[in-house]
Design a protein around this ligand. Structure first.
Ligand SMILES: *Cc1c(COP(=O)(O)O)cnc(C)c1O
Length: 392
């Protein structure tokens, strides 16, 4: 008999009851160090006092009004994102996929608005992930995502991640834009070379294309900059964000330049829930913390400490780990044995991680993680790796 909850996830048999900072406690009272963060979502950890207070305050005042009226928190969050990024304008949605797909609509609309409706296709890259809607799976083209879901939404041409020759060859008079994750998450924590990101900007300019970055996972401070592309010193025309944006409250956003968003006039796009007062209280509270002087520098500093320890862990346990990858606090370990087995061992030893393609174990600690917690995680990883080495 089918379970009451539709069985689309092979769920781990654990239920969490409460959280505190970087720790989660299950229904048996067991404590876990949370290096999963609900898949890069709970960026301030669990129960962050500033986020709790902001939401409690807003909960008592007003939750929802719809987008047919002005929303003060939305204007504030949009203005702050505009002030701190390349963007001139922001649209708020409820999820990553909704933001990503809205960004695709924005790109297509830009060209149609400017008398070039023949330009509507996007170039995407292998290993990418943009969500589970029909257009998002059509863009990623991953077998596991598309199989059985009928004819795919048209308009996505895929080339290998990192390959500029293939990319240039794929450009046709119908190409409108290029969409890439600066650090691929689901694809196995694959960070784009910074020169590749710079070259994407050049190619987009040369051919008059819009450059669209999906920073749903790697954005909102995860790599030690507000957005990951900042490391390359270039800017996109369009960007989507989500996961860490609300610290656990569902929020997505499309950020764009004025020129890219020129077709997005009244009536062009919408959402019932997106950007409601409660969501915006969460978004503004998260941004308060991210923009505190020194906060992102500390993410960068801790990320580098964790990185060095992971590199040593890999070197010391070659039968268990092949490679460390990633940027900031978005790191991955390529496992030798099945990653799922190692992740079970890690969880049993009190460390939560997330899987990804290419047999990768993702380490996505909250951005408030301390050096002491990093040491604790490395201790658990080492214990599990030593046990594996002894077995091998
Ligand atoms: C998670 C993710 C998405 C989809 O977000 P949802 O909120 O699950 O729809 C899209 N792109 C990237 C890079 C992601 O990591």
């Amino acid at each position: 008999m089918i379970s009451a909850v539709m069985p689309t996830y092979a769920r781990i048999d654990v239920t969490f009851e409460r959280g505190e900072g970087a720790y989660l406690f299950d229904t048996d009272g067991r404590r876990y160090l949370d290096f999963a963060s609900g898949i890069a979502v709970t960026s301030l950890g669990h129960g962050h006092p500033h986020l709790v207070a902001a939401l409690q305050d807003q909960i008592a005042k007003l939750w929802h009004t719809s987008n047919i009226v002005r929303i003060a928190g939305q204007e504030r969050l949009a203005e702050r994102l505009v002030a701190n990024t390349f963007a001139d304008t922001v649209f708020f949605s409820n999820s990553g996929a909704e933001a990503w797909e809205g960004g695709v609509k924005l790109v297509r609309k830009h060209f149609s608005h400017n008398g070039q409706p023949e330009k509507w296709r996007l170039i995407t890259v292998g290993g990418s992930f943009h969500g589970r809607t029909l257009a998002a799976i059509a863009a990623a083209k991953t077998e596991k995502l598309v199989k059985g879901f009928g004819p795919m939404v048209e308009g996505f041409d895929q080339v290998a991640f990192g390959n500029l020759n293939e990319l240039r060859a794929a450009i046709t008079p119908e190409t409108a834009g290029i969409c890439v994750e600066p650090v691929q998450g689901e694809g196995g924590i694959r960070a784009a070379n910074l020169d590749y990101l710079r070259a994407l900007r050049e190619v987009a300019d040369e051919f008059g294309l819009l450059l669209y970055f999906d920073e749903i996972q790697c954005g909102m401070g995860r790599t030690g900059k507000l957005f990951a592309h900042e490391w390359a010193g270039i800017t996109p025309d369009v960007l989507c964000a989500a996961k860490g944006m609300g610290g656990g409250f569902p929020i997505g956003a499309i950020l764009a330049t004025e020129s890219a968003a020129d077709g997005m006039q009244a009536g062009a796009h919408g959402t019932t829930f997106g950007g409601n007062p409660l969501a915006m209280a969460a978004g503004n509270a998260v941004l308060d913390v991210l923009l505190e002087p020194g906060f992102l520098d500390e993410v960068d500093r801790i990320g580098r400490i964790l990185w060095r320890k992971l590199v040593k862990l890999v070197a010391d346990h070659p039968k268990v780990f092949k490679e460390a990858r990633g940027a900031g606090l978005m790191l991955g370990l390529v496992a030798v044995p099945p990653a799922a087995e190692l992740m079970d061992d890690l969880r049993n030893a009190g460390l939560l991680t997330v899987g990804a393609s290419e047999n990768v174990i993702r380490l996505l600690p909250p951005l408030i993680v301390t050096e002491k917690e990093v040491d604790e995680a490395i201790g658990i990883l080492t214990t599990v790796a030593e046990a594996r080495m002894a077995d091998a």
